[in-house]
Design a protein around this ligand. Structure first.
Ligand SMILES: Cc1cc2nc3c(=O)[nH]c(=O)nc-3n(C[C@H](O)[C@H](O)[C@H](O)COP(=O)(O)OP(=O)(O)OC[C@H]3O[C@@H](n4cnc5c(N)ncnc54)[C@H](O)[C@@H]3O)c2cc1C
Length: 378
């Protein structure tokens, strides 16, 4: 029987397992590895941060994939051998006919001196309880939402965090000044000037100060230093730089580049039968920038890679490739959200726009989470 080894049980890994099972039925043995025993969507962290819910309510055990006939191995992936399509997990070697690598982006707070001592890492589930507690206890002053790297997961999320945190303090009648900084020249460059002015206008309505072109070099007690100047804070909600996981870099899959180069349609790496999907895969857009890191793309890429693997096993032509179409939600307060959506891989440039705000989009976002969690419910 053919076999597939999936490394990572996040958005990409989960979608790959389900898609392969769907396409190949009982014709394939599927094994999925993750060191984290549960699945959780990225945006659940923000809802926990603002006290809307608890972290645990958004987690489901990966072991529940066993009911879909997927072998789940919990352990640390210590090395990957793409030539052999194998990996060593907690000292034991696993090998398969095809390999899907979906290990996401590694958060790298250590790249910014002082980050770990003075910032709350709002992208790390481990740090969310401490960050939520700090917000609960905050009695007024300046909160900074800082983007410390160029490429980070879900580009609208920091702006959403700033708006929702502001709304939370408004409801509690506590006076806070919120600022957001980014190394980029505008909030979401993919939207161009018109789209960015809508988002920046929304922040302005909430009295949130916005500081583009601010590349942070370090954090000290109560202040962030930038290439030019510094700004003071009372509480810093930080989005650390992201990088490719060490275990992937060490395997040679990045070929000396920051992320894993792949064929944009099939997601195959330079090694036959080895696919990389999600945040660690480098897919370029026609504007010369990397496709944004988003769960919606990790899922679609996993489905495309699974289709190519299924086709190879069944000796047929693949029926679809990754198209780069999709969208991300941006909650803007008042129970409403907008959608940043379009054709990200369109030629000669990405066709991406911002939808009108609506309450239905928040309900849709909640439904996305519910449906994913249902898959892993007992
Ligand atoms: C605050 C926030 C809000 C977001 N909102 C949205 C949104 O609204 N829409 C959207 O589309 N996306 C959103 N995202 C982005 C989305 O979560 C990511 O893009 C998505 O999770 C990427 O999927 P992935 O499979 O590449 O990686 P991940 O989902 O990160 O999965 C990687 C998995 O690999 C495992 N792993 C890593 N290294 C090892 C190792 N050495 N050994 C064992 N296991 C390992 C990890 O434990 C993890 O489970 C958001 C992200 C954040 C942080």
């Amino acid at each position: 029987m053919n076999s597939v080894l999936i490394l990572g049980g996040g958005f990409g890994g989960l979608a790959a397992a389900l898609s392969l099972r769907d396409k190949l039925g009982t014709e394939v043995e599927i094994t999925l590895v993750d060191r984290r025993p549960y699945f959780m969507v990225g945006f659940h962290k923000t809802w926990t941060l603002i006290g809307k819910t608890s972290l645990e309510s958004g987690q489901r055990p990966l072991a529940a994939l066993e009911k879909h006939n997927v072998n789940v191995i919990l352990g640390n992936i210590e090395s990957i051998d793409p030539k052999e399509r194998s990996a060593v997990v907690s000292g034991k070697r696993y090998q398969a006919d095809a390999l899907i690598i979906a290990l996401g982006a590694q958060l790298a707070p250590e790249m910014i001196p002082g980050f770990q001592d003075h910032a709350l890492n709002v992208y790390d589930p481990e740090d969310i309880p401490r960050a939520a507690q700090s917000l609960q206890e905050f009695s007024g002053g300046r909160i900074m939402v800082g983007i410390f790297g160029e490429a980070y997961k879900c580009p609208p999320a920091p702006f959403e965090i700033a708006i929702l945190v502001h709304e939370m303090f408004q409801a509690r009648k506590i006076d806070v000044q919120i600022e957001v900084f980014t190394p980029k020249p505008m909030s979401l460059p993919i939207l161009g000037d018109a789209g960015c002015s809508v988002i920046e206008g929304r922040m302005d309505e909430h009295g949130i100060g916005f500081f583009p072109n601010h590349k942070a070099t370090g954090v000290q007690s109560g202040k962030v230093t930038f290439e030019k100047g510094e700004r003071k804070f009372d509480l810093l909600l930080g989005i650390p730089p992201h990088r490719c996981p060490d275990v992937v870099k060490e395997s040679g899959l990045t070929a000396g580049q920051p992320w894993v180069p792949v064929d944009p349609g099939s997601l195959q790496t330079e090694f036959e039968g080895v696919y990389a999907v999600g945040d660690l895969a480098k897919v370029m857009m026609a504007n010369g920038k990397r496709l944004p890191m988003a769960g919606v793309f990790a899922q679609a890429q996993a489905q495309a890679a699974s289709e190519h693997i299924a086709a190879a096993f069944q000796g047929r032509k693949p029926e679809h490739t990754f198209s780069g179409e999709g969208g991300c939600y941006l909650e803007i307060g008042g129970g409403q959200a907008m959608m940043i959506e379009g054709k990200f891989l369109a030629e000669p440039k990405p066709q991406v726009s911002l939808s009108e705000p609506s309450t239905e989009l928040v309900q849709e976002k909640e439904k996305v989470e519910r449906e994913l969690l249902d898959i892993l419910s007992p």
